[in-house]
Design a protein around this ligand. Structure first.
Ligand code: ATP
Length: 430
């Protein structure tokens, strides 16, 4: 919807149980958000769709779930201890901190005070582990999930002997001590990533880069992100991460401006080579046919899950008028909608309607568990509630149902209703 503001999305997200500010009863913690009942369902559905598309249905992809805490040695070898920094400036008056590349001019955007010179600020979160007499060991919460894939490269090679090209994939939490978290789910300190490292022969990189670029567009469409609002940005050598030889950012027109949604990077053999040197493990690949031994190169598509949730919500948000009344609805693809259908008896105080409706709900739940029940208030209000969370269909059991075993199925987007035989319900809805 044109003119959609972030405030509108934030308040819908809170009202309908998608996303709450983190630790809200204590005043909130900057850069953290908690997913509510609808948000967690949406997030898990997106993650599952991603997993099915890129991992489960492919023979060249191997799934992982690696540890969040990793030792200092990993981050030293990967270059993050040194290079995973953002330039920070601090206001000498109000002490607020900003990312130097996010402020224009030399004055504090909050109070007009003088800003300090920029210094590099490392985004990794250290964790002190253990209390042995020898002291503690410093580990780090992972700042990206990619390193979990690189440190398991040898394990997967040894267990499965995959042929190049192949990928290691995972989704999970990453942590960055962002200088100025902002814009709702866009820039937070704890977030979920979905990502894979796709290992290739070096001479394949251009062809595979193109392939994954197209696949990313196909995903954008499947998950329900408005393609018109997505733009590729070729990242210049100066702006690329330390490991990358080519990067394309996929930017999205968020309500607060055009910003990075996803990234596609050619990481060369940087990570495996560095880990090979630092760990003294053999991280080369032996091509059985040519007997050639080399360190594979890597193409990495990265998908921020929180930013996906935000882009999907922004793409799905609609306001219109239905039957002379204003309404808000989310035109979510059924695959990601938190609730697939809502079942309700026309009247709450008619036991025969309630019993029949319960029976229909249980039948549908055998096909898909995400079937809601609502018998509160009048039927119009129930429809509106489901519209706001993006439920594709509402099923109503009325007195005719008791006579002829048909129900009313109401479509979220058009508000149109049709009679459907209970026997055909499952094939109509799913
Ligand atoms: P930025 O320049 O915006 O800080 P970046 O270029 O450092 O981001 P990448 O390292 O490319 O980001 O991160 C990979 C993906 O992780 C991004 O495409 C984005 O989807 C997600 N991401 C990065 N930082 C955050 C964050 N602070 N909060 C939420 N998602 C994030």
């Amino acid at each position: 919807m044109e003119g959609l503001t972030l405030d509108t999305l934030v308040s819908l997200a809170k009202r309908r149980g998608f996303v709450y500010p983190g630790s809200e009863i204590y005043g909130g913690l900057a850069g953290t958000f908690d997913y509510g009942p609808m948000g967690v369902a949406l997030k898990k559905n997106i993650e599952q769709l991603w997993w099915n598309r890129f991992v489960a249905t492919r023979d060249d992809m191997y799934g992982l779930d690696s540890s969040i805490i990793m030792p200092e040695a990993v981050w030293k070898a990967s270059g993050h201890l040194e290079g995973f920094t953002d330039p920070m400036v601090e206001c000498e008056k109000c002490k607020h901190r900003f990312r130097a590349d996010h402020v224009e001019g030399e004055k504090c955007p909050d109070c007009g005070g003088k800003l300090s010179a920029a210094r590099q600020f490392n985004l990794l979160f250290p964790v002190e582990m253990g209390a042995a007499s020898g002291g503690t060991t410093t580990g780090y919460l992972r700042g990206e999930i990619a390193q979990g894939m690189f440190v398991n490269f040898k394990n997967v090679i040894d267990s499965f002997h995959p042929k190049l090209p192949f990928g290691l994939a995972q989704s999970g939490k990453a942590f960055r001590n962002e200088i100025a978290p902002r814009e709702f789910l866009f820039r937070v300190r704890e977030f979920d990533l979905m990502e894979f490292e796709y290992f290739i022969r070096p001479d394949m990189w251009e062809e595979r880069f193109e392939y994954w670029r197209k696949e990313m567009w196909a995903w954008i469409e499947e998950v329900g992100i408005d393609k018109e609002k997505v733009h590729e940005l070729e990242v210049s050598a100066d702006d690329r991460a330390h490991y990358s030889k080519r990067t394309i950012d996929f930017e999205f027109d968020f309500p607060f401006g055009r910003k990075e949604l996803y990234g596609l990077a050619y990481r060369t053999d940087y990570d495996l080579s560095r880990h090979g040197e630092a760990s003294k493990e053999n991280l080369t690949y032996l091509d059985e046919e040519t007997k050639e031994k080399f360190v594979p190169h890597v193409i990495e598509p990265t998908f921020g899950l929180g930013r996906t949730v935000l882009a999907v919500l922004a793409s799905a948000y609609r306001e219109d008028e239905l039957g002379g009344e204003k309404r808000v609805y989310l035109a979510l693809p059924p695959a990601v909608a938190p609730v697939k259908a809502m079942v309700s008896p026309l009247l709450k105080n008619k036991p025969e309607l309630v019993a029949k409706a319960r029976e229909v709900r249980e039948m549908l739940r055998k096909v898909n568990p995400a079937i809601a029940w609502d018998d509160n208030g009048n039927i119009g209000k129930r429809y509106r509630r489901q519209d706001e969370i993006g439920t594709p269909y509402c099923v109503t059991i009325d007195f005719d149902t008791l006579e002829d075993n048909t129900v009313t199925v109401r479509d979220r987007d058009t508000g149109e209703q049709k009679r459907v035989a209970i026997a055909d319900l499952s094939s109509t809805l799913f």
